[in-house]
Design a protein around this ligand. Sequence first.
Ligand code: GDP
Length: 217
Amino acid sequence: MLFQEMNITSAAFNCSAPDLASCPETALPEFAFIGRSNVGKSSLLNALTKRKDLAKVSKTPGHTKMINFFTINNRWRLVDLPGYGFAHVARENKEKFNHAVNDYLVNRENLMGVYVLIDSRHEPQKIDLEFVHFLGRKSVPIVLVFTKTDKSSAAKVQKNIELFKESILEAFDELPEIFTCSSVTKTGLTELLNVIDAALDGEPEVAPASDSPAPWG
Ligand code: GDP
């Protein structure tokens, strides 16, 4: 199917929530972005929305550990989840490094999809694998996005992707869709927005809260 590139005409910071109970009402479908610190999440969010500093708010004191909501085109919400990858937290409690985030990912009724960002320069990292395994076991609808592809050769990126796929096979009946992108060269951005477009297609303009998120990818 051919999609027209989604035109983001408005992107407004909505609110920050410390936990699931504090999240805004569920009328709009949500798409969340998550990855370890420094994976390139802020750069990607700014590039996707063509805003210079949309994601800046998420990096300001008091917001880094929060779930940050942005309303896009008055139609859907972009959710910027806190970065993970702090070794001491992972060691203390492997899957519950951030209870609020896990609670959001597993129990948010209007969450339609999660973009899990992975740095394409590296071979599979334990913390990313553990996180993706967790999402697979919980049947959270995800796509995998390999970032910063301008930093390595296409062959190296492909090799890291293949290694990652092999390492997560057991957690999924069907592997999640995989995308690559670079916020520097802007490659792959249209494809990422197309996923949202396709998911919104058929959703009513003001979507009622749904009991079960649509499977994704
Ligand atoms: P975050 O911590 O995940 O929000 O990551 P940032 O977006 O702040 O990016 C971390 C670092 O990686 C910054 O120095 C960015 O300039 C750089 N970066 C982010 N995305 C890309 C990319 O696609 N290509 C390259 N070459 N650098 C990137």
